[in-house]
Ligand binder design. Structure first.
Ligand SMILES: [Zn+2]
Length: 255
């Protein structure tokens, strides 16, 4: 792969490093999560430091060196998402989305759907007028589907029986019938309307999510189910990713 290349990216995280540098976590469509150092960007005369804030959608030049961090040499703003950064509710829900992306995105892993979801979610949060929790739920359930944990919502995930008013298993990743509940210790009761809403959120475009006619109580139920489901699988995925990255690091040190 080219050592210097251009890509669009979303800034997920920013940490100060040394006197004047920042270390960034970026999400790119074809390279997944990229750790990059932007040198000198905290100096007042920096040409592009201000464009590299969390939430920013940018067009960047990156250079792959020997180390684990790539070097960012240029940045142009595509969209700054100032509307998300300057409103507390938008900021806190947007930050939760970026945090989850930072935890699930893999390095050197092309995933244009994940990038598309990230961008659509930032647009939805920027445009929303109040129901940020529902937008975050839609983001979470779509993200889980993209990374391989699409919840099974049409029949019992274990035996395939049709289910009405059942349980949701975080571990099995879907609804369970009464007979299968006993075999799974990670179940939470879930109502039929909540299952319907999860299905709606999976199918809806991000821009439509805020306008779906759910009541507030069902938004809370959906958020509760997703919180357990995300926590259950993202934790194990993180461990898997750390293992892979450590293994990759060990390989590159041996070279
Ligand atoms: Zn069953």
């Amino acid at each position: 792969m080219a050592r210097t290349y251009r890509t669009e990216a979303i800034v997920l995280k920013k940490h100060k490093y040394g006197e004047a540098d920042n270390v960034l976590s970026l999400l790119s469509p074809r390279g997944g999560r990229v750790g990059a150092i932007a040198k000198g960007v905290r100096k007042t005369k920096s040409k592009f430091g201000g464009r590299l804030e969390p939430f920013s959608h940018v067009d960047v030049m990156l250079h792959r060196g020997r180390g684990s961090l790539q070097t960012l040499t240029q940045a142009e703003s595509i969209e700054s998402f100032d509307a998300v950064r300057t409103d507390y509710e938008k900021l806190s829900h947007g930050a939760a989305a970026l945090d989850l992306l930072d935890r699930v995105a893999m390095e050197e892993h092309s995933d244009e759907r994940l990038f598309g979801l990230a961008l659509a979610t930032l647009h939805a949060i920027a445009a929303a007028t109040g129901n940020y929790a529902r937008i975050l739920s839609a983001f979470e359930v779509k993200l889980m589907a993209i990374i391989g944990y699409r919840p099974h919502l049409d029949a019992c995930v274990i035996c395939g029986a049709s289910v009405s008013g059942g349980y949701f298993s975080d571990r099995a990743g879907g609804i369970l019938c009464a007979a299968c509940v006993a075999t799974d210790g990670s179940c939470a009761p879930v109502s039929d309307p909540t299952i319907q809403r999860l299905r709606h959120l999976l199918g809806a475009r991000m821009a439509e999510v805020e306008g779906l006619g759910f009541d507030e109580a069902s938004d809370d139920d959906v958020a509760r189910i997703l919180r357990g489901f995300v926590a259950c699988h993202v934790q194990s995925r993180l461990k898997g990713r750390e293992f892979l990255e450590r293994a990759a690091g060990a390989t590159s040190h041996r070279r």
